[in-house]
Structure formats: C-alpha cells, structure tokens
Design a protein around this ligand. Structure first.
Ligand code: CTP
Ligand code: MG
Length: 227
C-alpha cells in the first residue's frame, strides 16, 4: 500500500520577513506558523506521516506527542538542500519507501485549505510523474526593460507553482541527486530536468507563502477564519 508522507522544510531563517527569529516560529492567531502548517497535515486522514526538517541547531521546536510526526534535524543551507537531506533521512531510516508519495510543503504556507490538499492527492497520488498545486497567473505580466515596460508577456498557459509538490520518493531522490542544487527552485523543476512532466493541479490563492512583513495581515485573517 502506497503511503502519503508529508515533508515540511522548516530550516530557513526568514530574512525577508525580518521578525528577529525564523518566521515559522512567529505566533499568529494563537499558534506558531509551523504549528498551523503541521496541523493541516496531521489532521488529514490520508496523510500517513509528517516529517519536519529543522536546522541542526534549532532550539525552539517543541515536539507535541503525535504518532504521525517525525522530527529531522538535518536542514541545509538552501531549501532544496533541506528537502534533499530530509528525504535521504526518511529513506535511510526506513520511514519512507521509494514507492511512497512524498508531499513537500513549505512550513511558511500555513493557510493551505484541506480541500486543495485532498485535490492534489486524489489527482496526482496515483500518477508516476507526480504533480503540484499551482494557480493560473491572474495579473497581466510585463517584462521590464530598465525602469520601463519592454513588453507585455502573454499570460495564457502560465501558472504560479505552490506547494505541496507530490512525487514518488524514488523519483524525487533521483531528481535531487544533482551536484548543483542552485537551479532547483522547487521540487518539480528538479523532476522536470529528468524529462518528466508532473501534473498541474489547481491550487488555491489562499495557499500563500508568508514571505514579507505585509503578508502577515492576510495570513492572520485566513487563520482566524479557519478556526
Ligand atoms: N527552508 C528550509 N531550509 C533552508 C531555507 C528555507 O527548510 N535553508 C524552508 C523555510 O523554512 C520555508 C520554506 O523553505 O518553510 C520556504 O522558504 P522561504 O519562504 O524562502 O523561507 P526562508 O528561507 O526562511 O525566508 P527568506 O528567504 O526570506 O530568508
Ligand atoms: Mg528562502
């Protein structure tokens, strides 16, 4: 039986958010950002395990006892490194098999609606190529030429990638086994480099990533509504 295993990279420093501590530990609507994110996956009946990747020197995380939760203190210098180290740790410990589905999800996307998560698993969970949540680009796109508009870029067919990104553990491990992770902006981009074409599954604009200080306002409203 193929399992669905969430892998949550949470080893970043949150430089752009600038809270004086990593943004995953900022408290919004009564819980930390990371607690909100973990709860989405821990409360999802079709998620079998949740693995969180922390920085090796993380002294903040408090494990609440949960039989689905695994803490991996193997974070790296970049997000891609944290994901690769976390996946390697899962496979080495026998916590994941190559045929299991791994759902990589940013700790900072703490407003992921359950129905979007279910849609990804139902649509891409049985697909060899995997799939990601994404939303069609809504705004008109401009290519800059210096400080002015050089051209308007047709937006038809363009999607914005979100997470979770779901792949078979074996495929993802192979995709991330490259000497230079610099070009890997998300898991799908690594998988695409193998010539594989993951599915685009409709995400949700509420699944935003807490990145800048001004994102906190909307994230708070969304989290308050979800309670
Ligand atoms: N992440 C990680 N390991 C890193 C860098 C990032 O696990 N070395 C995680 C972050 O904790 C976050 C997710 O990847 O949950 C998305 O990254 P991002 O939003 O860029 O977070 P930060 O890197 O922490 O923020 P910034 O780039 O502003 O410093
Ligand atoms: Mg970052």
């Amino acid at each position: 039986m193929r399992r669905n295993i969430a892998l949550i990279p949470a080893a970043g420093v949150g430089e752009r958010f600038g809270a004086g501590k990593p943004k995953q530990y900022v408290e919004i609507a009564g819980k930390t950002v990371l607690q909100h994110t973990l709860a989405i996956f821990l409360n999802c009946a079709v998620i079998d395990k949740v693995a969180v990747v922390l920085s090796p020197d993380d002294a903040v995380f408090q494990t609440g006892m949960h039989d689905k939760l695994h803490v991996l203190k193997v974070g790296g210098q970049t997000r891609a490194e944290s994901v690769r180290n976390g996946l390697a740790a899962l496979l080495q410990a026998g916590l994941a098999a190559e045929t299991d589905n791994i759902l990589v999800h940013d700790a900072a996307r703490c407003c992921l609606p359950q129905e979007a998560l279910m849609r990804l698993i139902e649509t891409a969970g049985g697909c060899e190529a995997g799939g990601i949540l994404a939303v069609p680009v809504a705004d008109t796109l401009k290519r800059a030429e210096g400080k002015a508009i050089g051209a308007t870029v047709p937006r038809s067919g363009l999607w914005q990638a979100q997470t979770p990104q779901l792949f078979r553990a074996g495929l993802l491990y192979k995709a991330l086994a490259v000497p230079d992770l610099g070009a890997v902006t998300d898991e799908a981009s690594a998988v695409e480099m193998l010539g594989v074409h993951p599915l685009l599954v409709l995400g949700d604009t509420r699944n935003l990533k807490l990145t800048l200080p001004q994102d906190e306002y909307i994230v708070r409203l969304l989290l308050q509504q979800a309670d």
